[in-house]
Design a protein around this ligand. Sequence first.
Ligand code: PLP
Length: 428
Amino acid sequence: SVKDELVQLDKKHFIHPTSNMKQLQEDGPAFIFTEGDGIYLKDVEGRKLMDSLSSLWNVNIGHGRKEIGEVAKEQINKLAFTSTFNNWSHEPVIRLAAEIAEWAPGDLNATFFTSGGSEANDTAFKTVRHYWKVMGQPEKKKIISRKLSYHGVAMGATSATGIEQFHTFTTSIAPDFHYVDSSIEALKELIEKEGADTIAAYISEPVQGSGGVNLPPEGYFQEVRKICDEHDILFIADEVICGFGRLGTNFGIERFGVTPDIITMAKGVTSGYAPLGGMIISERIHQEIIEKTEGNFWHGYTYSGHPTAAAIALKNLEIIKNENLIEHVNVVGKQMLEGFEWIKEQHDNVVDVRGIGLLGAIGIERASESVDPIGPKVVAEALKKGLICRSVVYNGQDTLAFAPPFPITKEQMDEMIIIVNESIKAVK
Ligand code: PLP
């Protein structure tokens, strides 16, 4: 069959990102997807599956939006690609940068584009170091990130990531990265120990995604903002998952009442219809870099400001606005959390449920890392019932993570909650 052929070719020729190579050699891919429509994916065997993680926290407007297909086709036929290096430009990228300035908080008005989130974070790390250099403080170069953070896998991004496995995978990560627990005391101690005059920036996701959907402690970011201001440390919000409506606000950090100096973003800017990411910087940083140097910006990717990706992003942002999807995120997000609470009431081993907007998690009791996690078994049960969901098990956790596409209806949300509940019951 076609499926058997594809499985064999996959095993032999395709290296999967963040995967277990041995298991793939034995079992082959779990799904070979062929189509997507709304919150559903279809695979080569004709199975229709609810996608409760928007694929990789990114297909925010849902699958199969023909309007995006039309825009992509039109742009490719007109001008699929031209560079934006040096002084070249084109309409889609100009309009997108202006649109993003409308979405972004405070005076965050200028965007540099990348192909994804890892490059966005590497760009931010290089930019903050460049910034301090031009400000006459070249020794300010250390980057502080939080434990259990995920910032991607480019060399800087993987070095900032606070999940151990991404470091131990290889033998050497970049110097000048430091990690803190999610407490204000830990941050203060680290700054004291390292010296503020050696620290360029602090980076955090508004809500940690891949690390297990971890919400910040009460009042945390407001304190962080104060500490950063006090010590001349730039605050980078990694909005790769939270940006463009996931938490029910334009950018996730707005939920916590602070404005960062820099935002990095990707995923939701195109809802995955094209690879695109970027770094949004404040007017102040932008102008200072221009004024204090000859202005040479020695950093750029071939696909910085890809016209087709930019045209797709513009359409995606238009859809989010025109369909009032952020308002809807708040409504169904509340329903999701209430559903999780209802699940918690019924199962002794469900010890913690949490979420903001359409980003949520169910925490299952796990005495220690030597105890088999329940999450993967729940995921397997859910799959039998037509739901794809994600389990996070590293670092002693046993968590189920959810980030459904924004247009999920109330009925579909009820269905998701019921399947999750029944799957937890079946595993017990
Ligand atoms: N930052 C965060 C918060 C992410 O969740 C991710 C990806 O999951 C990244 C950065 C890396 O983005 P990419 O995979 O597009 O390089």
